[in-house]
Ligand binder design. Structure first.
Ligand code: DGL
Length: 266
């Protein structure tokens, strides 16, 4: 296979990275993809940096075994904690979701006050903080960990009384801070967008890094002369546990059923 027709590898701790996969497939329909969801070890969001880095290395090694030409770390927690290590070790381009999300947020804000919602690991790492201040040092950044959001999404509780109550709890300090832009700094959170929009002031802009990440991948592929020219792209999907449950939930993320889900071991 020519180097440019090798697949793009995408990994997440579970389902959430499918939002990035969907954006990639929409923007780059000619690209082959291999997705890995590490369901057996989800969540990454409340694990230590050391453990997340090890998991990320193992996921990358698995995808490299499928001859990927570029790796997308479609998990905010892994991007926050393990991206630099992966970029140093691997000889292929490695893309995370944090810088593209931060760039989009910096572009959107009018009052310079940006809130970031994320898992404990992402917020503790201050990765968004650094990325935003690198782009524009005058920005004011407020970081809010939202550890209950991932289990709510995993259970399919995207709306309703309980989810709204939890959202209000996390969003109240964001409102007090006066953010006009809120980064959904976790792959699961875009599914909660309707609930978050109902709780936030209407003029607040939500930023989902999936589309910005896909655009960044497209730029990198052109830069490295790695754009595919396959007539019919192929998409493989691996999970480390519960392929049937993944298939059911994947439909919610992608808006269409996903076939060919294979069980693997890392
Ligand atoms: N994918 C993770 C993230 O974007 C959320 C789920 C988890 O905690 O593993 O941070």
């Amino acid at each position: 296979m020519s180097p440019s027709n090798r697949p793009i590898g995408v990994f997440d701790s579970g389902l959430g990275g499918l939002t990035v996969l969907k954006a990639l497939q929409q923007l780059l329909p000619q690209e082959n993809t291999v997705y890995l969801g590490d369901l057996a070890r989800l969540p990454y969001g409340n694990k230590s940096a050391e453990v997340v880095c090890r998991y990320a290395q193992e996921a990358a090694a698995f995808l490299l075994g499928h001859s990927i030409k570029l790796l997308v770390v479609a998990c905010n927690t892994a991007s926050a904690l393990a991206l630099e290590g992966l970029q140093k070790r691997l000889s292929i381009p490695v893309v995370g979701v944090i810088v593209p999300g931060a760039q989009q947020a910096a572009k959107h804000t009018r009052n310079g006050r940006i809130a970031v919602l994320g898992t404990l690991g992402t917020i503790r790492s201050k990765a968004y903080h650094r990325a935003l201040l690198d782009i524009q040092p005058s920005l004011c950044v407020f970081a809010q960990p939202c550890p209950l959001f991932v289990p709510l999404v995993e259970e399919g509780w995207l709306q309703g009384e309980v989810t709204t109550l939890v959202a209000r709890h996390y969003i109240q300090p964001v409102i007090e801070f006066g953010a006009d832009t809120v980064v959904l700094g976790c792959t699961h959170y875009p599914l909660l967008a309707p609930t978050l929009e109902a709780v936030l002031c209407p003029e607040v802009q939500l930023v989902d890094s999936a589309v910005a990440t896909a655009q960044h991948v497209s730029t990198l592929l052109r830069l490295h002369a790695l754009c595919a020219n396959t007539p019919q792209a192929s998409h493989l999907c691996f999970v480390t546990d519960e392929p049937e449950r993944f298939a059911q939930q994947a439909e919610r993320f992608l808006g269409h059923p996903l076939s060919n889900i294979l069980l693997c071991r890392l």
